[in-house]
Design a protein around this ligand. Structure first.
Ligand SMILES: NC(=O)c1ccc[n+]([C@@H]2O[C@H](COP(=O)([O-])OP(=O)(O)OC[C@H]3O[C@@H](n4cnc5c(N)ncnc54)[C@H](OP(=O)(O)O)[C@@H]3O)[C@@H](O)[C@H]2O)c1
Length: 274
């Protein structure tokens, strides 16, 4: 499977698994955990969760039973908890819900009321304590990532997780080039725009690849350099399809058609988030 190096040289696969809304319905948790485990079987080892997703961390814990070493676990601190002490406490809570000793990558979920320096200081402490292996940010625009990068410990940021899909290509204007220049991988969330991507043209392109429109949207993202993609799928058939998208090679003409249908803005646009 195609992989990418995080700063510090840790290799991760470019296709991971999201978990937002998992755990909401207690009767579905077993099925959701099984889906994550099925993803692990296929090599989708990066699992993204967050304290905000509440019981999703419990679903991840279930999925990791006996398989902790196979997974690369990402979780996030809420901005309202991201003071120095608050971050340390939030991490403890996530560790306990996830039932693991250490989080592989811990992110600030989005910028909030506390100075980034404070959160970074807490992240540094958590690394020293062995409670996280590395840290990063999410939903930081070009100015915010510049500011964070310049702060003490900022150049250790391992990713910026942002909304990126065919409907939301604004990061290609400024943020994505900046991240590439700084060798900072982007983690693209909501690759299917939460299932709301219109796929007519993508379905047409899919015919030649024996694939559907969602797979084409995913294949397009997987072709972007320096990008990790984390679709959420609780349905095993969806996981199979997403995994199969790794093998789709889009032609120059197909990429052109996709860009005509989903143009990239020709000017800077504010970073959008869900
Ligand atoms: N940092 C942030 O602020 C932030 C914000 C949003 C999301 N995220 C992360 O990114 C992850 C992914 O984003 P998301 O959950 O918002 O949306 P998404 O991945 O774009 O879409 C998820 C939806 O697409 C469906 N789906 C998955 N694979 C499919 C396929 N092959 N064909 C058709 N439908 C398919 C899923 O259905 P089933 O579940 O039924 O399979 C689910 O309804 C989240 O789960 C979360 O971990 C982070």
């Amino acid at each position: 499977m195609k992989s990418i190096h995080l700063p510090g040289n840790r290799e991760v696969h470019v296709l991971g698994q999201g978990t937002w809304f998992m755990g909401v319905d207690a009767t579905k948790r077993r099925q959701e955990a099984d889906a994550l485990r099925y993803g692990l079987d296929l090599g989708l080892t990066l699992i993204d969760t967050a304290e905000m997703y509440n019981d999703a961390e419990l679903v991840v814990a279930k999925a990791l039973e006996g398989r902790r070493n196979e997974a690369f676990v990402v979780s996030k601190v809420l901005p309202t908890n991201a003071s120095k002490q608050g971050t340390l406490r939030a991490c403890e809570t996530s560790l306990s819900r996830l039932n693991i000793e250490s989080i592989d990558l811990y992110l600030l979920h989005w910028p909030g009321p506390y100075p980034i320096e404070e959160t970074l200081e807490a992240f540094g402490r958590l690394v020293t304590q062995g409670k996280i292996s590395r840290y990063g940010v999410s939903n930081l625009d070009i100015n915010q990532i510049n500011e964070a990068w310049a702060a003490p410990g900022g150049d250790q940021i391992a990713t910026n997780q942002v909304l990126y899909n065919l409907r939301h290509r604004g990061i290609e204007w400024d943020l994505l080039p900046w991240c590439r220049e700084h060798h900072l991988p982007i983690m693209a969330y909501s690759p299917f725009n939460q299932g709301r991507l219109s796929t007519e043209i993508l379905e047409k392109i899919g015919v030649r690849h024996n694939a559907n429109g969602f797979q084409i949207a995913l294949a397009w993202l997987l072709e972007q350099d320096g990008v990790i993609v984390i679709p959420k799928a609780a349905d095993k058939a969806h996981i199979d399809q997403n995994h199969a998208a790794l093998d789709i090679q889009l032609s120059y003409d197909e990429l052109k058609q996709i860009t005509e249908a989903f143009p990239c803005p020709d000017h800077a646009v504010p970073l959008q988030m869900l």
